[in-house]
Design a binder for this molecule. Structure first.
Ligand code: C5P
Length: 221
């Protein structure tokens, strides 16, 4: 079974996807972490974030690996754990430019499909239901108000121990800018798949969102 969870930044996709993966023993793949890793690689190589061929070459050299350690997904590149680095405001501010590069997307999409393989998988991102896993049995499009998403992002940064001087207003502006770029790029923009179920999580608890998605999974079995 394939479950695709898409939606704008900080709508709660990875939080609920992780819980569901654990409950059902599905493989969880956080595709946003992969585009973030591409951005860290570009930065480490001193490349311009629009340098498609340079970034592709650097990704080929350093590689990107997702590993599950004690139930947590870790991201490695060039033998280094970059799981915290990929979440910094600097990387968040530049990831949309890197993820808009068609050849970078092609490479990540291929990797994502390989990782999904033939096992039960829950994958979250922006283009999973539309492009990466178009035949997924369950497609969910998670949305929430910009304000509540900004508040969640701030809490998430704190919980991950990432220092940030940003106020909730600044974070709200940043995620709105990222959503705009992600929705307006040429290749695989952020978009609800025609057959996806939209769930507005603004006034829902995590448990309620998890239960809602679990009921959709049950229905499709
Ligand atoms: O999910 P997260 O907010 O970590 O994703 C970071 C960025 O990676 C997104 O803003 C988007 O630019 C890119 N992304 C994408 N396609 C995906 C997942 C993420 O373009 N499937």
């Amino acid at each position: 079974m394939q479950v695709a969870i898409d939606g704008p930044a900080s709508a709660g996709k990875s939080t609920v996807a992780k819980i569901i993966a654990k409950k059902l023993s599905f493989l969880y793949i956080d595709t946003g972490a992969m585009y973030r890793a591409c951005t860290v690689i570009a930065r480490n190589h001193g490349l311009d974030y629009g340098d498609e061929s340079g970034i592709l070459k650097a990704i080929g050299q350093d590689g990107i690996e997702l590993k599950s350690e004690n139930g947590e997904q870790k991201v490695y590149s060039a033998g280094k754990d970059i799981s915290v680095e990929i979440r910094t405001p600097e990387i968040s501010a530049n990831v949309s430019q890197v993820s808009a590069l068609p050849k970078v997307r092609e490479k990540m999409t291929t990797l994502q499909r390989q990782m999904a393989g033939k096992t039960d998988v829950i994958m979250d991102g922006r283009d999973i239901g539309t492009t990466v896993l178009p035949d997924a049995e369950v497609k969910i499009f998670l949305v929430a108000s910009a304000r509540s998403r900004a508040e969640r992002r701030l809490l998430d940064l704190k919980q991950r121990g990432i220092k940030s001087d940003q106020t909730v207003d600044q974070i709200e502006k940043d995620i709105a800018a990222r959503d705009y770029k992600d929705s307006h790029r040429k290749v695989s923009p952020l978009k609800k798949a025609d057959d996806a179920i939209e769930v507005d999580t603004t006034s829902m608890t995590i448990d309620q969102v998890v239960d809602r998605i679990l009921s959709e999974i049950k229905k499709s079995k």
